[in-house]
Design a protein around this ligand. Structure first.
Ligand code: AHR
Length: 579
């Protein structure tokens, strides 16, 4: 057994110390022997005590059986048996103790001028036989509206720091072309520009997040762009917008000042970026009632010196700072692994790599807390997801990859982690929406399919703007070789109408998991559930078989009073609704 990254309060008793000293049990094991100790710090109400007692009885029964076998046949076989069992896991959800709101923007998306994301993904042009509204694919808009896409980041990525927005406005046949130097040296036609993007956001009903050019752009260019999009009065830029067919300004809520400026966005040091940020952001104005949220470029994964310096030197001028984090099934960028052809070693590696999101968030948040103890500044994970070798036969620069149940379980873990840290994590944008990296949607000509990752976003939409509920979880390990990770990963929330939602992931592809859950403070009447799982670890949807991985009704649970017992299938994501 191990505690997960959820907050756990384990008591340590004399027996524990004695047993450890005697070398009889490991720390994890003793937690199973002393279940009554676990909740010492939370003993608040009699009702809770009753629930715990029920769970405790169940544990006690198991443990008496274990101890009996120990006495009869010794420790070794029992330890081995325990290692093999799928394990009973315990959890308490404090349904009346939530205080923080999970921003819907945690379920945000990112689309770059890269491979088939914009062209053939969103944009087919007005003359296309593929059904479209002003050039934007209708099927894609419909699919993204179903998951209630809250915010879309554009135009990059690395592309943002070489994008000159004025080339993407006005009559399309007069727009100049450019080379997309980051992504395959292909010709960018600029057919999809500011008007098309903001039209897309309106069709999707989501907020716009525009990433500005610091690496190769000017302050004036950035200032003009904001004025062009959002100023309602009489000005050169506002009038240019009107000339191009848009009278009223758009609402542009989020503006990023550069992207990965430690790398593709100019190879800067944190100090020089912080100074540039302070200068550029000065001219990112809030016009005509459009209050812009300004986002500074933060680190890639564990680049802590970057966030420390930028927070130190620029915090007064930012509303949020970004963090990018990509995960793979191998430890290196030259062979990231195949998206669809992998064994359990690579499955396990992805689970383990995904769980690094917890310490990564905590370390970054700790630095932010030092400079911003009141929590004014948001942490925006504006690029995250899995990154595999490009599908064989495709242009490697286009980052086209398939997407399996493995990506779906990884997504469930990421989203649970973001929920849990919603005090700081106020936006996250998975990379990227269509045909690139961990996509929601894949297109091929007029065909469109949704991926397992899409289904997780659809199932988790119940958490949008809901109140995060505190959880205590003690769970078994998913072991592979000599290594192990917690087998379960969870988050829970309560929505405006009082419904509770629990999202659970079973990381183990070989063992089901039973979870005994006390719903403290709730009087549950009705429960329903959905599950995403598959026979094979590598299961994925294709244009020929688009429904291989899709959600199904889940009813493998039992409710007794406030105690809910759930049995999760192997390699699964389950979302429960409790009324
Ligand atoms: O999402 C692909 C690329 O990954 C983005 O352009 C860049 O910001 C990151 O390195």
């Amino acid at each position: 057994m191990s505690k997960t990254y959820e907050s756990c309060h384990y008591g340590i008793s004399g027996l524990f110390l004695f047993a450890k000293k005697a070398g009889v049990v490991s720390c994890n094991r003793i937690l199973r022997l002393l279940p009554g100790e676990i909740f010492q710090e939370q003993r608040e109400s009699e009702r809770l005590e009753k629930m715990k007692l029920t769970i405790f009885r169940k544990w006690l029964f198991e443990e008496i059986a274990v101890v009996t076998v120990v006495l009869l046949v010794g420790w070794g076989p029992v330890d081995a048996a325990v290692q093999e069992e799928s394990g009973v896991n315990r959890m308490i959800i404090y349904t009346d103790k939530g205080t923080e709101q999970i921003s819907r923007n945690i379920y945000g998306h990112f689309s770059e001028h890269l491979g088939g994301c914009i062209y053939d993904g969103f944009w087919v042009g007005e003359d296309s036989p593929i059904p479209n509204t002003r050039g934007i694919r209708n099927d894609v808009v419909e699919a993204l509206r179903k998951i209630r896409i809250p915010v879309l980041r554009w135009p990059g990525g690395c592309f943002a720091d070489e994008y000159h927005w004025k080339e993407g406005i006005g009559p399309r046949d007069k727009r100049p072309t450019m080379i997309n130097t980051h992504w395959g040296m292909v010709t960018e036609t600029n057919a999809f520009g500011t008007h098309e993007f903001l039209d897309l956001c309106e069709q999707l009903g989501c907020e716009a997040y525009v990433a500005g050019n610091v690496g190769s752009g000017t302050v004036e260019e950035m200032q003009d762009w904001v004025e062009y999009m959002t100023f309602d009065g009489d000005s050169e830029m506002a009038n240019l917008r009107r000339m191009n067919g848009r009278d009223k300004p758009w609402r542009v809520k989020y503006f990023g000042v550069g992207n990965e400026n430690w790398g593709c966005g100019g190879n800067m040091s944190p100090g020089s970026y912080a100074d540039l940020y302070n200068r550029f952001q000065t001219y990112v104005r809030s016009y005509s009632g459009n209050r812009i949220v300004k986002i500074a470029c933060g680190p890639g994964s564990e680049n802590y010196p970057w966030i420390r310096t930028v927070m130190e030197r620029a915090r007064r001028n930012m509303d949020a700072i970004s963090l990018h984090h990509y995960v793979r099934g191998t430890g290196n960028w030259t062979r990231k692994g195949s998206a669809t052809k992998f064994d359990e070693a690579e499955w396990f590696a992805l689970m383990k790599n995904t769980l690094t999101i917890y310490p990564l968030l905590e370390n970054n948040i700790e630095i932010m807390d030092r400079f911003d103890p009141r929590g004014r500044i948001g942490l925006f994970l504006d690029e995250w997801g899995t990154w595999w070798d490009a599908e064989p036969g495709t242009n490697p620069s286009f980052l086209y990859q398939q997407n399996t149940i493995r990506d779906a379980v990884s997504t469930g873990i990421f989203l649970n982690a973001f929920n849990k840290h919603c005090y700081r994590v106020r936006m996250a944008n998975i990379a990227q929406t269509i045909n690139v990296l961990q996509a929601m949607i894949l297109t091929k000509g007029e065909k469109m399919i949704v991926t397992p990752t899409y289904h997780v976003f659809e199932m988790y939409k119940v958490h949008h703007d809901a109140t995060l509920l505190p959880i205590e979880l003690e769970c078994s390990d998913y072991k592979f070789g000599n290594d192990s990770v917690s087998a379960l990963n969870v988050s829970a929330s309560k929505d405006n109408s009082g419904r509770i939602h629990i999202s659970l992931c079973n990381l183990d592809p070989g063992n089901t998991a039973e979870v005994v859950c006390a719903l403290e403070g709730a009087e549950p009447k009705e429960i329903s559930g959905r599950v995403l799982t598959a026979e094979a670890m590598t299961a994925h949807n294709t244009f020929e078989n688009p429904q291989v991985v899709k959600p199904a009704t889940f009813n493998n649970f039992k409710l007794e009073g406030n105690i809910l017992t759930i049995t999760l299938p192997t390699k699964s994501v389950v979302v429960l609704e409790i009324e």
